[in-house]
Write a protein that binds this ligand. Structure first.
Ligand code: URA
Length: 434
């Protein structure tokens, strides 16, 4: 087979067969197909799309590019959760422990942040001492003993995705339905859990901007999950403003602890409880999603979810004192406040622009080899629908030096709109697909 022929066929809108798709995945993973040809192929897929059959095949070969984790050593129904990526999305740090407190074994492999979106592994990296590189047997033992472990994805799981995702990130080919589906589902199917909960983000801070696109993505991923014998559900949740008030790694850990104490912002508290409850349902600890959500809320209110978070931190070498004293988390050297320039109601806090601003503070990577500043980020003092008076603090920006923060401030000025009239907030959960 010839790589140029496959690229040409996709460029011209043909449907690829199994052999061609496998050739591209295997060839690129093995290093036989260079980045420049894979980039051209991804761009062809981006513009021409792939049909359902092609997407299913792409997912299958990406999954088969590496190992499948055997979690049969963990008792119970293992439920995985995956977000398609957003801004301020720290739900894994809350829903994971809350689901574990409901009795669901949570054996989760997470990723790093990409572009304007954050990643759970970077957030956990803000906890002093916390280890995310854990041997498979230790991972299994920890879930059996403590009910939860969240670790980094090993290179052996869907290595094709690891390589392709890094290339998509720098070739403007991330936000494509077939490419997102194959990326998410290849990893999830290889991660060995029995059930999968997908949080498909929708809005200007998500890869899927409209409800229609998000729904299409969610339905296809659910279909693929089920075709592989996994109980799969999807939530379509709003990402038009950052989730919660914190964006940036240490800031988000602090907010997650507040939510687990029952004191967090309403949106992140509600979504995290909903996700934990659906995990409890998928894990057969609740008869309905609603019963699961009520159970998760109870586990947060009685402190058992926070205890699971503590167990996880301790077991993975992290300093549990951060739970009582969040000042032990990395602290920024410089800060800058963004103030309201008039009276009114907050009409928009554009999630993508806030994500980019957070990246400029140093909280995210501009290039994949960049070191991140764990203390950097943004703390919102106002959310959409809140009233402000001229001079009120809308948000504070944290980082290493004022110069970096000034660049972020420029982005934030474009992200926030104040209206003269009252503004209603979007609903948080648009749809549940089960
Ligand atoms: N999350 C992933 O794992 N892959 C994508 O392509 C997008 C979001």
């Amino acid at each position: 087979m010839n790589t140029v022929d496959v690229i040409t066929r996709k460029r011209d809108g043909s449907t690829l067969n199994a052999e061609e798709i496998r050739y591209m995945v295997d060839g690129y993973t093995a290093g036989d197909i260079p980045d420049y040809q894979m980039s051209a192929f991804l761009m062809a897929v981006y513009f021409q799309g792939m049909n359902e059959e092609e997407t299913i095949l792409l997912t299958k070969y990406m999954k088969e590019s590496g190992d499948t984790v055997d979690l049969s050593g963990i008792q119970g129904i293992k439920v995985d959760k995956h977000s398609t990526g957003g801004v301020g999305d720290k739900t894994t740090l809350i829903a994971g422990p809350a689901a574990a407190a409901c009795g669901v074994p949570v054996a989760k492999m997470s990723g790093r942040g990409l572009g304007f979106t954050g990643g759970t592994i970077d957030k956990l990296g803000a906890i002093p001492g916390f280890q995310t590189a854990v041997e498979e047997q230790d991972f299994i033992d920890q879930v059996n003993e403590k009910g939860i472990a969240v670790i980094g994805q090993t290179g052996h799981i869907a290595p094709a995705d690891k390589k392709i995702y890094a290339l998509r990130d720098v070739t403007a080919t991330v936000d494509n339905l077939s490419l997102i589906t194959s990326s998410v589902m290849s990893k999830k199917l290889a991660s060995g859990s029995d059930a999968i909960l997908l949080d498909v983000k929708c809005g200007n801070g998500a890869f899927m901007q409209t409800k229609e696109e998000a729904e299409k993505l969610a339905r296809l991923m659910v279909k693929i999950g089920r075709a592989h014998g996994k109980k799969t559900m999807a939530v379509i949740s709003d990402m038009n403003q950052p989730l919660g008030c914190a964006i940036g790694n240490a800031l988000e850990v602090k907010e997650a602890i507040e939510v687990l104490r029952g004191n967090g912002p309403e949106d992140i508290s509600e979504l995290s409880a909903a996700l934990a409850g659906m995990m409890a349902y998928l894990g057969e600890k609740a008869a309905t999603p609603e019963e699961g959500i009520a159970m998760a809320k109870k586990k947060i209110a009685d402190g058992s979810a926070l205890q699971k978070f503590r167990d996880m931190v301790e077991s993975q070498g992290g300093d549990p004192r951060i739970i009582e004293d969040t000042a032990l988390l990395p602290q920024a050297e410089a800060e800058l406040a963004f103030l309201a320039d008039r009276d009114g109601c907050i009409e928009e806090i554009h999630a993508r622009k806030m994500g980019l601003a957070s990246q400029h503070t140093g909280a995210g990577r501009e290039r994949k080899e960049d070191e991140i500043d764990l203390a950097a980020g943004i703390l919102l003092y106002k959310k959409v629908g809140d009233f402000v008076q001229k001079g009120d603090v809308i948000c504070k920006i944290y980082g290493k030096n004022i110069k970096k923060l000034e660049k972020a401030l420029e982005e934030i000025k474009n992200a926030v709109k104040i209206s003269e009239n009252p503004v209603n907030c979007n609903s948080l959960i648009h749809e549940v697909i089960q």
